[in-house]
Write a protein that binds this ligand. Structure first.
Ligand SMILES: [Zn+2]
Length: 283
């Protein structure tokens, strides 16, 4: 299992907040034989607590998943995929949990969800939309991608796009709608993947709360690892609704980002060829 490592933040498998432990059936934690050479501080408050899956089962699904993530020292930022830590059936539990909290948000906004027929099921709808739809790239595993060896030794510039991007910004959870173009310069050792797989991978990365700059870098990393091309170029152009719906309310501003790797960095002619083909496609 590979994951980005967490930097800073609580390591609560070793120091679980007391409030989380206050369950009547919870056995008193047994201190390790002799004070742990790792710990130093042997006071009861800092004892290492190893929870079993049975103990975890009594916690809300989000706490359980978070516990596994922290225990594995894996990052769980808004744009990280955490599917390796989500067990079967837990996304259903997550949805129920999110709906409950969403209901509290509506209440805090002083919306009468009891008599307002428009908002009666809103909390459930939003929870389903987050977990199953717009943020599903966090909870679902990467779509299966078959790679084919480059038997005919293709080594010409290939451009895939425009691929639709539907994402959300992690600052405001506002939609990001746009397009992506991917340029690949394969070599004889590259793996080729089907055209539709590029769209699937884009969708998987983008259906998370994202920051455009990080999203294109993540996409580049995944494609670099899969395809192993000599050169990889990605251009993303998108409307950020946090600029249009709120904030400066600038309806015409769009953001364009690019990532150039390998041959696209070293060879200005290749870069120019890619960008000129794009401008023809967008014109
Ligand atoms: Zn935003």
């Amino acid at each position: 299992m590979t994951c980005a490592k967490r930097v800073g933040g609580a390591k609560y498998p070793t120091r679980i907040p007391v409030i989380l432990l206050a369950r009547p059936s919870m056995p008193t934690p047994v201190p390790p034989p002799e004070s742990s050479p790792m710990g130093g501080d042997a006071s009861p408050r800092s004892l290492t607590l190893i929870r079993t899956e049975a103990d975890l089962a009594a916690l809300p699904a989000s706490e359980r998943i978070r516990y596994r993530l922290v225990g594995a020292d894996c990052r769980f930022h808004a744009n990280d995929n955490i599917s390796d830590f989500v067990r079967e059936g837990e996304t259903e539990e997550l949805k129920a949990e999110v709906a409950q909290h969403m209901q509290a948000v509506l209440r805090a906004l002083v919306i009468d969800t009891e008599s307002d027929h428009n908002t009666q099921e809103t909390a459930q709808r939003v929870a389903k939309m987050f977990v199953d739809e717009v943020f599903r790239g966090r909870y679902q595993a990467m779509p299966p991608v078959t790679e084919f060896p480059n038997v005919t030794r293709l080594n010409e510039l290939m451009i895939v796009g425009p691929i639709s991007v539907r994402s959300a910004c992690s600052h405001h959870m506002c939609p990001i709608l746009g397009r992506i173009w991917i340029g690949v310069l394969p070599n004889e050792h590259s793996n080729l993947i089907g055209l539709s797989k590029y769209s699937r991978i884009v969708d998987w990365i983008m259906t998370r709360p994202q920051i455009q700059e990080e999203a294109v870098t993540m996409l580049a990393n995944v494609l670099q690892e899969r395809v192993k091309p000599d050169g990889l170029a990605i251009v993303m152009e998108a409307d950020h609704f946090c600029m249009q719906w709120r904030g400066v309310k600038d309806l015409d501003s769009a953001m364009t980002n690019s990532v150039m790797r390998g041959a696209f960095l070293k060879d200005p002619n290749l870069r120019r060829e890619f960008l000129s083909l794009l401008s023809k496609k967008t014109a």
